[in-house]
Design a binder for this molecule. Structure first.
Ligand code: NAP
Length: 314
């Protein structure tokens, strides 16, 4: 297996103590077909040099991620929890101002951690409090009090429960609204970005406002879903062959060259290592010309059933 590179980091300007985030993190959204447990995958990832983990209350993985971190400390793979950057996300049932602090405290207990590095609003939607249900029934949706929720998240950062706070799946319009009242601006907006959904406008807006973009589904769910706009793309196959790399590596290198951070999920030892091998080579101008020809289409259209018309404000 190839040697472990050091993953570059970016500073989160609005975080406590100017926290640094490794540009590449390991995704932990569960897949029913996975034979490897989240605990084993996170432990293996730490061995391989991953230091950034992307969890969420709704994924049901916080306990396993926490157990892997505890085990890594016990084994001496890391000397302090602070060597890791741990993100979690609040589910839509907790997007009520009075439920934010207790929901984050519950995540921390499940993770066996004293604080998070980053907590995100998973979706700009609120439902009645209760159990996680996916997809979200539209009949369960109530008004999303963005200002009240954000003020509670600011409280979480002030209380030291998290080093940074951020959004996920926020459009430009929603970020503009958030920035109009935020006293702590969002450190991050985590959204779908991949070669089949390049999100140029949203990325330019975030750059101008100092919001770090984290790309999710960077491989468009890799090999797991039938026809895949990037993993089965002939243009990308050609680029991969020319560089002696895999399509996944071309996808991740492109994200890195865009100055983005990204969370890629692999629970497979070899692919985990392969995904780390993207920091010492470059795409060419000609590659960029070819990449601009890739058909653009959003993969993750929304978490509700039926889909909401105005979720993306387009
Ligand atoms: P992804 O990372 O684009 O793709 C994951 C799939 O690709 C898995 O099936 C994985 O299988 C496969 N894969 C990984 N590396 C590969 C490689 N080198 N070659 C071939 N196949 C490879 O998709 P994702 O899980 O949707 O997104 C990543 C993370 O983003 C999630 O896990 C989650 O943490 C986050 N996310 C957040 C949101 C949000 O609303 N904020 C939404 C979606 C995802 P193996 O495990 O078998 O390698």
């Amino acid at each position: 297996m190839a040697a472990t590179p050091t993953v570059p980091e970016v500073v989160l300007p609005s975080s406590t103590g100017q926290r640094k985030m490794p540009v590449m993190g390991l995704g932990t959204a569960p897949e029913a077909t996975s034979k490897v447990t989240t605990k084993d995958a996170v432990l293996e990832a730490i061995k391989q040099g991953y230091r950034h983990f992307d969890a969420a209350a709704a994924y049901g993985v916080e306990k396993s991620v926490g157990e892997a971190i505890a085990e890594a400390l016990k084994l001496g793979l890391i000397s302090s929890r602070d060597e890791l950057f741990v993100t979690s996300k609040l589910w839509v049932t907790d997007n009520h101002p009075e439920l934010i602090v207790p929901a984050l405290q519950k995540s921390l207990r499940t993770l066996q951690l004293e604080n998070l590095d980053l907590i995100l609003i998973h979706w700009p939607i609120t439902t009645k409090p209760g159990e996680v249900k996916y997809p979200i029934e539209v009949s369960e949706i109530v008004e999303f009090d963005m200002k009240g929720v954000w003020t509670s998240l600011e409280e979480c950062q002030k209380l030291g429960l998290t080093k940074a706070i951020g959004a996920s799946n926020f459009s430009i319009k929603k970020l503009e609204k958030l920035l109009s009242f935020a006293t702590i601006p969002p450190a991050v907006n985590q959204v779908e970005v991949n070669l089949g959904w390049q999100q140029e406008k949203l990325r330019a807006f975030c750059k101008e406002k100092g919001i770090v973009v984290t790309a999710f589904s960077p491989l468009r769910k890799g090999a797991s879903r039938g026809a895949n706009l990037v993993m089965d793309n002939d243009i990308l196959k050609e680029l991969a062959d020319a560089h002696g790399k895999t399509i996944a590596q071309i996808c991740l290198r492109w994200l890195y060259e865009q100055g983005l951070t990204f969370v890629v999920k692999s629970y497979d030892k070899e692919r985990m290592n392969q995904n780390l091998q993207i920091f010492d080579w470059s795409l060419t101008e000609d590659d960029y010309k070819k990449i601009s020809e890739i058909h653009q289409e959003r993969l993750i259209k929304g978490p509700t059933k039926p889909l909401l018309d105005d979720l993306w404000d387009e």
